[in-house]
Design a protein around this ligand. Structure first.
Ligand code: ZN
Length: 98
């Protein structure tokens, strides 16, 4: 159960707030609309990845400059979800400044 990707249907708030820490982009999406469009079984990370594809830093760039697109709500909502693990890694990497 814990290694399964969370889907849009499981998102527990009416709006999903997506932001990118490196490109200053922000978006707010109505979850019921997303489910209408993509279906409730769409994994949340797949949706975020589809947004990331429009960011030039998402596909190329060094680890430190890579697109930081993500949804902070997921961290509180699903502890241990794959995406929050990735986010945590980014925070650790970002904190190392030599
Ligand atoms: Zn970005």
């Amino acid at each position: 159960m814990s290694d399964r990707y969370r889907t849009l249907r499981e998102f527990k708030e009416p709006f999903m707030e997506i932001e990118c820490s490196t490109c200053d982009r922000k978006g707010r999406y109505k979850v019921s609309r997303l489910i209408e469009k993509w279906g409730g079984d769409m994994p949340i990370h797949s949706f975020i990845a589809s947004l990331g594809m429009t960011c030039p830093r998402y596909v190329r760039g060094h680890a430190r400059e890579r697109c930081g697109i993500g949804c902070q709500q997921l961290i509180y909502m699903f502890q241990g979800a794959p995406f929050s693990e990735e986010y945590r890694q980014q925070q650790i990497e970002g904190g190392e400044k030599n």
